[in-house]
Design a protein around this ligand. Structure first.
Ligand SMILES: C=C(OP(=O)(O)O)C(=O)O
Ligand SMILES: [Mg+2]
Length: 544
């Protein structure tokens, strides 16, 4: 047995055989063909295996659209013209692997030349080629494995495209070599409720099939464990899941101190799925603006906002005005050419240059709010000064919306939290950006994951300053960054004076259960100890 460590980003225990995402195989040097018939057979068998595998996956797919896509891909791999091209190439002296590669290249060129729908299928052809080549070389097919039994998935990092293939009934845990607490893997794992550890150097050196266990809270991984150990970890995970699902109702400590448990959403669909939340703590409005050359008009915005408000009738919805720039570029704002976009014109700063974007959005929010009975709060992203906050609050109130707040994402704002609460009604801490700007560490760079750990005492100290400001003014101070979904951190945040936690809906039950296990006095004691910790590892230990 050996031990590895990484950063735990999605709580829970898991165990099972480890399988890695296989890389796309490189083409070997061409080999002479000794037996043409045997070579053709080998190539056809590889194509047939790809077709069978896609069919199996289509049968297992839960969503009809996914099954349809997989069946369409299978038909492309089963194309007699493709087999003909492969055979011809082998008969001309090319080995099976290169014949497959050449046949797909010809098909690809034809699809591209046809344009339209066919040109859009080029990526599918590339995927089929990679799979057939891998099989021909006796390697596992690239992409997320589909072994038909539960396993722990290991990868360098998960690409958004991998997520469509990720079946939570097969994948019981995630371990990545790269990535940080705000990486795509971490966000996905929390959304699916899968235990996950990121930034685990050495995990890709562990052989496929090795039995492993992982702890998504501590980041500890054991490799080469016995069947008995896996069984015992599974039993512990099942007990924990039962205890978590048993907790319902509003968020509170065991002695009744309320901490509102809210959901992060990007659309009406998300809001409907977040029915178990006490409201929405972060409605990211960017989704509506993405990939557009022109901003959506007033009516379109009203309709989109109304959908979320209607799904949360009678409950709080904190809607954030457009957060564009840096990691969320929007074409219609023409922001190219900034030398350092994360420090450039982004978030509320855009309103200075394009005031009509903010005023249209506020008008749309106000209209949608009138049409539903959600309790609508409006906040601005990337606020740095009290003057910016005051100007924003005035604009929100002038639009007829009573509750105006700002996000705390910049250390300057955290340091002036009490003054900010003098001009706005509430604060919401965006720990993803607050980490980035506190540690001068790009949130998208996996190698900086340790700095972006939400248990960093410096980050917690800034959160504490905001919590103190909230207590002093009696106003609401929430956390809506990824840190809010860490169940072990929830008592710490409550102890620091945080009044609401907003996260992906799937993360709510575990956070609710964690809060319910402590009194407020215990939360405060843990919070004080954690603030004094030397580093994130010690902070975690003090809170456990
Ligand atoms: C919630 C946050 O905003 P986003 O992740 O959308 O930048 C944050 O920065 O923590
Ligand atoms: Mg942010």
């Amino acid at each position: 047995m050996a031990e590895l460590t990484g950063i735990g980003v999605s709580t829970g225990l898991a165990g099972g055989p480890l399988l890695r995402i296989a890389a796309v195989p490189a083409l070997p040097e061409p080999a002479p063909v000794a037996d043409t018939a045997a070579e053709v057979e080998k190539a056809f068998a590889a194509l047939a295996e790809v077709v069978t595998d896609l069919g199996r996956r289509a049968d297992r797919a839960k969503e009809a659209t996914v099954a349809e896509v997989l069946r369409a891909e299978a038909m492309m791999a089963d194309d007699p013209m493709l087999r003909e091209a492969v055979q011809e190439s082998i008969e001309g002296g090319t080995d099976a692997v290169h014949a497959i590669d050449a046949a797909f290249a010809t098909h690809r060129a034809a699809f591209e030349a046809a344009g339209g729908y066919l040109a859009e299928r080029v990526a599918d052809l590339d995927d089929l080629r990679d799979r057939a080549v891998a099989v021909c070389l006796g390697r596992p097919m690239p992409g997320v494995p589909q072994p038909g039994h539960p396993y722990v998935l290991a990868a360098r990092d998960l690409a958004p495209a991998d997520t469509a293939d990720l079946d939570p009934e097969q994948v019981v845990g995630l371990i990545t070599a790269d990535g940080g607490p705000t990486s795509h893997t971490a966000i996905l794992a929390r959304a699916l409720g899968l235990p996950a550890v990121v930034s685990c150097k050495g995990i890709l050196d562990v052989e496929d099939g090795t039995l492993v266990t992982l702890d998504g809270t501590t980041g500890r991984i054991e490799t080469g464990v016995s069947d008995e150990t896996v069984a015992s970890v599974k039993a512990q995970a099942a007990d924990a899941a039962k205890a978590i699902s048993g907790a319902t109702g509003p968020g509170q400590t065991s002695d009744g101190h309320a901490v509102a448990l809210l959901a992060n959403v990007g659309s009406g669909k998300d809001a409907v799925a977040a029915a178990g939340a006490e409201g929405v703590g972060l409605f990211r409005t960017e989704l509506l603006f993405l990939d557009r050359t022109r901003e959506p008009g007033l009516d379109e915005q009203v309709a989109a906002y109304r959908e979320v408000f209607a799904a949360m009738a009678g409950r709080r919805v904190v809607i954030r005005t457009l957060d564009a720039g840096a990691d969320k570029p929007l074409p219609f704002l023409h922001q190219d050419g900034e030398p350092n976009p994360a420090l450039g014109v982004r978030g509320l700063r855009i309103a200075r240059q394009r005031p009509e974007v903010l005023s249209t959005q506020l008008a749309a929010i106000a209209q949608a709010a009138i049409q539903t009975d959600a309790d609508v709060w409006v906040m601005a992203p990337m606020v740095s000064t009290v003057a910016e906050a005051a100007e924003f609050a005035a604009a929100v109130h002038a639009a007829g919306l009573p509750k105006a707040g700002v996000m705390i994402e910049v250390p300057a704002a955290a340091l002036r939290a009490e003054k900010l609460l003098g001009v706005v009604d509430f604060l919401s801490i965006g720990t993803n950006d607050l980490s980035q700007y506190t540690f001068a560490a790009d949130r998208q760079v996996g190698t900086l994951a340790e700095l972006l750990d939400p248990w960093q005492p410096a980050l917690l100290q800034l959160i504490a300053a905001c919590g103190e400001a909230g207590k002093a003014t009696g106003k609401s101070v929430g956390v809506c960054g990824e840190a809010a979904s860490d169940p072990a951190l929830a008592p710490v945040l409550a102890g620091l004076g945080i009044t609401s936690l907003s996260m992906s809906a799937r993360a709510l039950p575990a956070v609710r259960a964690s809060l319910a296990a402590r009194t407020l006095a215990e939360c405060e004691r843990i919070a004080a100890a954690v603030l004094d910790a030397e580093d994130p590892a010690q902070a975690r230990k003090l809170a456990s």
